[in-house]
Design a protein. Sequence first.
Length: 642
Amino acid sequence: MLRHYLEVKSEHPDAVLFYRMGDFFELFFDDAVLAAPLLEVQLTARQRGTPSEAPMCGVPHHAVETYIGKLIEAGRKVVICDQVEDPAEAKGLVRREVTRIVTPGTVTEPALLDRREPNLLGVARWKEQQGALACLDISTGSFRVQRFATVDNLIEELARLRLREVLWVPDELPERFGVWIAANVPCVTEIDRGLGDGGDGAAARLLRQLQAASLRGFGLEPEELGVRAAAAALAYAEDAARAPLDHVRSLEVEHPLGHVSLDEVTLRNLEIFRDQREGGRRGTLLWAVDATSTAGGARLLRERLARPLRDGSEIDRRLDAVEELFRDPGRRDRIRTRLGRIADLERLQSRAVLGNLTPLEAGALRSALTEVPGLLAEIAGAGAEDLRQVAATDPVTEVLERLNHDLVDEPPASLAAGGVISSGVDGELDRLRSLAKNGKEHLLELEARERKATGIGSLKVRFNRVFGYYLEVTKSHQHRVPGHYVRKQTLANAERYFTDELKELEQQVLGAEEKQVALEVECFDRLRLLIAGHAGRLRALAAALSRLDVHCGFADIAAAHDYRRPRLVAASEALRIREGRHPVVERGLPGAFVPNDLDLDPETEQLVILTGPNMGGKSTFLRQIALIVLLAHVGSFVPATE
C-alpha cells in the first residue's frame, strides 16, 4: 500500500496527498507532519519504533471537505486518491486513483468559496519587455486576458485582483516579481513554459476551448503571449477538475484605456476593499456601498469598484438605471425581495458542467429560475437602456420545466439515499420503488404470521448491514423454534434465524432498493447534463441579474443615505462638489458628518492649499474627494448635493 502511496505522491510532489484507507483518508511522511497542526489532528506513526516508521495522521472520509478547506485556506494544494472499486469485490489491494486535485485557484465546492468574492487563478507570462496575465475563475467560467508594458503594471494588476493562485515560469520574470507574489498570493505554482501547448500549440488549444475559428475576433493574435497564458490556465484548471471546462466558452481581452487605473497604493490608502487597521471588509468603501442581494451581484460590485469606467456615455447608462430604480421604491423593494431568493446561478451552472451538482443545488437552481419571470416582468417597459437589456434576457424556461418535472419538491443533499427523482419520470424506477415498498410490507406480514404460527409474541424481523434480514427469538422461547428455522447467529440473550421465505424477501427488498438508487443516479445525471447543455444561457442570465442587483443596490444606498446623481460634463475638466461627505466615515459617526465643498478647474482654480491641525480632517477630505469621483465613474450616486 505504501508503495502505491509513494508512486502517487511522486506525481504530485507539491501537494498534500489524502489517501483513502477504509473509512479514513490518511496522510503520511512530510505531508502528515505539515498537515497535522493545520488540521488540528493527532500526529501518529505507522510501524512505530522500526526502521520503516512512517509519520501519519488521518481524517474521517465523511468530513474530508472540512479538512480540505483548512489546507486550501492555508494556501496548500490537495490531491485526493480515493478507492474506485468496492472493497467487498476487490481481489488483493483495493484499487485507488486520483479523483480530485483541489488548489486555492481551482476550488468549486461552495463550502470552500467566499460567495461574495471571485476565486481567480492567474497565469503570468513575460517575454521581450511585454507581459500578459490570464485570469480564470473556474467556479463561474469567467475568463480574461490582459497585456502589460512593465512588470510593475503587472504587479499592480495582481494587487488589484487579489488572485488565489498564480502560475508563472520563474526564469521569465525578474526576482522582484517572485518576491512579491510569494508575499502576497496564497498559492504560487511554478510551471513549465510549454504548459497548455499540447500537441498542436496554445492557439489551437484555445480555439478548441472557445469553439471558434479565429482568435482575432477576441482581439488576440495566435502567437502572442496572452494566448500562451490563457492556454496554460485552461490546461492547469482542467487537470485539477478532472473534467472538461465546457462552461468556459468566452474570453474577454481587457484594454487598459477603457478603465481608470487604480494601483496597489491607491487601493490600500483609499481602503477600497480592505481596512488598513483591522484588515477586514468592514470600514471599506465596498462595505459602505454594498447593498446587493445576490452572490453574483456582490462579485460584480467588487469588480466595478476595481475597474471604474472612463467612457462617460457608459457611465450615464448605468446612472440612468440607478435613477429609474431610485425613483420607484416600491418596484425596487419587490425586485430586491425576488433577488434575495435567487441562488448563485453562475456557480451552479459551473458545478453542473463539472459534474459536481448535488440534488440540493439543483433544487436551489429551480427556486432561482422560478423567480426569474416575475423579476423580468418588473422591469419590462423600463426607460433605462440597461434595464431594458436585462428585461430582454432569456429566462431559460426549458431548464425550469425539466427541473419541475424531474425533481422532487424537497430534494436531499446527496444522491446516496435516493428520493431525488419524481414519480412518473422513469417507468422502471417507479416499478422498483413499488417493489421495495411492497417488499417491506410483506416483511411485516411475515413477522405477524411467524408470531402466530410459533406462538412467540416477541419474535421480530430485524436487519443489519452484516447479516441482512433475520428472525430474532429470545433464549426463553428457544423450545418453540420450528425445525425449518436456520440458525444465523447466537447472542447472549437471543438467537437469530432465517428461512427460505425470508431470504427470498430479503433479495427482493434489498435488490430493489439498490437498483432504485443506481437508476436515480442515472436519471439525475441526465438532468445534470441537460443543465450543463444550457450553461451559456444560464451564465448570461446570471450576468444580467447581477447587473440588475448592483443597480438596485446603488439605488437603495442612495435612498438610505441621501446620495445624488453626479453630472459628467464631457467638455469640462473641472471638478465641483457641493456638500460632499466621506461615504465610509459618515456611516461610523454617532452624529452628522459636516459636509464640505470643492472647486477645481484647470483654468481658474488649479490648486487648493489645505491647512488645519492634526486630526482636523485633512486626510478625510482628500480621500472623500477621491471616493466621490470613484463612485461616479463606477456608475453610482454619490454622497453630495451636487
